[in-house]
Write a new protein. Sequence first.
Length: 85
Amino acid sequence: MNNVEMKVVSILKEYSDKKDLSGAQILNNDFRGLGVNSLNFIKIVVAIEEEFDIVFDDSQINYELFGNVQDIVSLVEKELNNKEE
């Protein structure tokens, strides 16, 4: 796992009902499968924004649209790359 993935997994473990899963299991799971409801999803998004010093556009973040956790990691990496440019 890269640094972004490890940080996202760490944040997710705080808000997930499935704290015993490995990082790879978390990355390949969806939010519902991790026991993350829509309220905790918002908390996760805020924690990720604070951790990486980024701000997501509201249109990018939708609990219903993310297929799995890797999708949000990809979004974080995209935002970090945009920030560097």
